[in-house]
Write a protein that binds this ligand. Structure first.
Ligand SMILES: NC(=O)c1ccc[n+]([C@@H]2O[C@H](COP(=O)([O-])OP(=O)(O)OC[C@H]3O[C@@H](n4cnc5c(N)ncnc54)[C@H](O)[C@@H]3O)[C@@H](O)[C@H]2O)c1
Length: 391
């Protein structure tokens, strides 16, 4: 199958950018060497849906070193780096289906193309591959799947799909929650915000919607940079935690919107900000998202309702409603990945090591796994933690 990418001529630039990431991902280097010897993925076709960026690329090198026959890589919406896509697509063992401006329809078409290849393993993010498999009766089933993120887990639960193979939810690992979600995303969202806007954070009024692992990390990092932070969550338990952590809180979103200069969604749910909130936004408010899918903000609806939409370049748009103007960053794609380089390298070294080990478990020793969703096996959490402590 032919790759579908933006600019194949960027392969060399993408390759040049890999050196730093190979240096800085000791867990993936260790697994790559081990996989080279043990060949856990020998002869397997591996379908992957993940952000197309250099950390993912190095992890794919490890999977190929483990004997995988072919990798089918579908990008996530709004986060593809064209040079990495070109670098990967230059390898005949990899088919890349990822362009920077892909629509949901493109994404769904890619997923179906990958299903036609009947892959042996699904290494997923946002449950895209898993739910594409479940969409219609299939004549084959994969050995197993991994699901990377919270949103994917929620979508699987909501679908009611009876999945006929094991699915390991990486997000259910304490390691992923404690390190990536709570620590890594906060840092990278602050970085993404600064790269996108060049604004001073000190004194700025920042509202975070959703105070789970990700939202709490974001709110705490913005506050550490001097921002005045407020938090809305539908769960009073999380709201209480936010209050005790020192943020202004309210169960009523609209009570907080009027003050907020920056509004960041991190709920894992869809349509948290819609046209119903236009009367409550402060003039000049900047909206952005850190959740897996951009649909947390109903950007299309906000755009359609505007009297004037202006593309300000660099991933920034303004929407004017009467005498009020608001701004949207990166079409609501996850800000850390679309405006920045994603989570810190060491954090993804860890998260992708979990993905790699769980993938190898499906491929070589799935007998202890059951069909449907389950957490990362404890021995894998312990192994990856110990290796990270050593590095
Ligand atoms: N950008 C990244 O790099 C990155 C990394 C990891 C996870 N994520 C994504 O971040 C999102 C949040 O993940 P998490 O681990 O914090 O999940 P979580 O379940 O720990 O937290 C979500 C919080 O949102 C709240 N919430 C749900 N619906 C709400 C609503 N309508 N209004 C207000 N609050 C609401 C919940 O009560 C909960 O406290 C998910 O989409 C996840 O996939 C992004």
């Amino acid at each position: 199958m032919q790759s579908i990418i933006d600019r194949p001529e960027l392969a060399e630039a993408g390759s040049a950018r890999m050196h730093w990431f190979r240096e800085q991902m000791p867990l993936i280097s260790l697994l790559k060497a081990r996989f080279q010897e043990e060949r856990p993925f020998r002869g397997l076709n591996v379908a992957i849906c993940l952000h197309v960026e250099p950390k993912t690329a190095y992890w794919i090198e490890a999977i190929l070193a483990g004997g995988a026959k072919h990798v089918y890589l579908v990008g996530c919406l709004g986060t593809t780096k064209a040079d990495t896509a070109a670098f990967l697509a230059a390898d005949p063992r990899i088919t890349v289906l990822a362009r920077e401006q892909d629509t949901l329809e493109d994404h769904q078409r890619y997923l179906e193309l990958v299903m036609e290849q009947q892959p042996d393993l699904l290494l997923d993010n946002g449950a895209s591959l898993i739910l594409a498999y479940c969409k219609k009766p299939r004549s084959w089933k994969p050995l197993g799947a991994n699901e990377e993120t919270r949103t994917g887990r929620l979508l699987i639960d909501d679908s009611g799909c009876d999945i006929p193979f094991p699915v390991i939810v990486i997000d259910d690992s304490p390691l992923k929650k404690l390190l990536e979600n709570a620590i890594g995303v906060g840092q990278s969202v602050v970085d993404g915000f600064m790269r996108a806007t060049s604004l001073l954070l000190g004194g700025r009024r920042v509202l975070v919607i959703g105070y789970g692992w990700v939202g709490s990390g974001i709110a705490n990092k913005f506050r550490a940079m001097g921002a005045h932070t407020s938090v809305h969550d539908v769960d009073p338990v999380y709201l209480l935690k936010a209050r005790v952590d020192g943020h202004t809180v309210s169960e009523e979103l609209v009570e907080l919107l009027g003050q907020a200069e920056v509004v960041i969604t991190a709920t894992g749910r869809f349509h948290i900000l819609t046209t119903a909130h236009i009367p409550y936004f402060r003039h000049g408010a900047i909206l952005c998202n850190a959740g897996h899918f951009g649909f947390e903000i109903n950007a299309d609806e906000l755009r359609d309702a505007a009297d004037l939409v202006e593309d300000l370049g660099g991933g920034k748009e303004s929407f004017t409603y009467g005498d009020k103007k608001i701004f949207l960053l990166e079409n609501a794609s996850p800000l850390n990945l679309s405006a920045g380089d994603g989570n810190p390298i060491s954090i993804m070294d860890l998260g992708l090591a979990l993905q790699a080990c769980c993938g190898a478990r499906h491929a070589t020793d799935g007998s202890q796994l059951h069909n449907g969703v389950q957490p990362v096996p404890r021995d894998i959490d312990c192994f990856v933690s110990r290796q990270m402590l050593r590095t």
